[in-house]
Design a protein around this ligand. Structure first.
Ligand code: UT7
Length: 327
């Protein structure tokens, strides 16, 4: 079976910054608390007229430009998101239209913060099966529009942004997706959810009054499960690939909390110099956080051919996932 690789990256974040000091004026919080508990200093907020597919299309266009590929060549577009413009049509179909990728199939994936790696696993399988040769995978979120700006336990955490990668067949010796692991535990779904707005509890005056259309999270419980799950996940990924952590040149974790990122790196014995961190600038952008960090690493020249890169994420569902790349 042919192997697949990431051939280009791109990203886009909205211009508007919301700092911890701004948040101090909105809810009962402090820069000190947010920095100490999360590592976040500021996050980006989409403009009123910007939705998921707007950010996604910009990130996708940036990956296509890096590769020098025309959008008309794309076979498939996958968007990982929990904040699509609308339930129907999918954000991916809107991106297809915006990019003019007329021949591409398009669909969304919802695996919350693990969504990008889930989408990468699907792209990897399509390319390895030979069905598609040029797949655009995008993580894009406008979490600011599903955030309850009166709830200090969540509103300080999230930000908006998008990241994209192109997945294509890998000629020998030019990098590859070595392995992708995806997992879920639906029994703990209530730890992180949007209670209303779906077919269980459709939107009503009552649900809006109660704020049930906003994201809710049992932060502390989620934190504990995340740390434990991610430790096992990354150790298993290394073990099953016969690698030592010293062979990982860059760890790119989902950016949910600097304390979670540090705990995972410490468990692996990877020094923070080899960990991609941008949570201070962007907060938690769910499915977008890993591809944004990957794109930054590529543009900063942090990745060299043949080096191993480990991606890992944990989020609502619950879901968790890892991917090992040979760059
Ligand atoms: O991305 C997908 C998965 N998400 C995650 O993995 C996130 C996991 N969770 C977390 O990152 C952390 O649990 C949080 C950052 C959300 C919260 O940190 P924590 O250390 O778990 O704090 P906590 O929820 O236990 O709250 C500690 C205290 C509470 O006050 P009392 O009860 O001790 O008096 C909260 O009311 O901090 C209070 N608090 C705040 N204080 C100031 C909660 N939010 C705030 C706030 N500003 N924004």
């Amino acid at each position: 079976m042919p192997q697949a690789r990431i051939t280009a990256t791109g990203s886009y974040v909205p211009a508007k910054k919301l700092t911890n000091l701004d948040l101090e004026k909105m809810v009962d919080t402090s820069d000190e608390w947010i920095t100490a508990r999360t590592g976040i200093k500021e996050r980006r907020i989409a403009a009123r007229n910007q939705a998921c597919s707007d950010l996604a299309a910009k990130a996708g266009a940036s990956a296509l430009k890096q590769r020098g590929m025309k959008s008309s060549e794309l076979d498939l577009i996958i968007v990982a998101t929990v904040t699509p413009d609308t339930f129907v049509p999918s954000a991916a179909c809107m991106v297809q239209e915006k990019l003019g990728a007329a021949k591409a199939a398009a669909f969304d994936i919802n695996a919350a913060c693990s969504g990008f790696i889930y989408a990468l696993s699907v792209a990897n399988a399509f390319v390895r099966s030979g069905q598609y040769g040029k797949v655009l995978v995008i993580g894009s979120e406008v979490l600011s529009k599903i955030t309850n700006w009166q709830d200090r336990s969540t509103c300080v955490l999230f930000g908006d942004g998008a990241g994209a990668v192109l997945v294509e067949p890998a000629p020998a010796g030019e990098g590859r997706i070595v392995s992708v692991d995806i997992h879920a535990d639906g029994s703990k779904g209530d730890l992180l959810m949007i209670p209303a707005g779906g077919s269980r509890t459709p939107v009503s005056e009552e649900t809006v009054k109660k704020g049930l259309h906003y994201l809710q999270m049992s932060g502390n419980e989620t934190f504990k499960v995340a740390v434990k799950t991610l430790e096992n996940l990354v150790l298993n990924t290394l073990r099953s690939n016969g690698l030592q952590s010293s062979q990982i040149s860059l760890l790119i974790p989902h950016q949910a909390n600097l304390r979670i990122i540090k705990a995972t790196a410490e468990r692996l014995g990877i020094p923070m110099e080899r960990v991609a961190v941008n949570i201070d600038r962007f907060g938690n952008t769910s499915a977008a956080s890993i591809p944004i960090a990957l794109d930054e690493a590529v543009r900063e020249g942090r990745l060299k051919r043949g080096e191993y890169v480990l991606l890992e994420a944990f989020g609502g569902g619950l879901t968790w996932a890892s991917a090992l790349l040979e760059w």
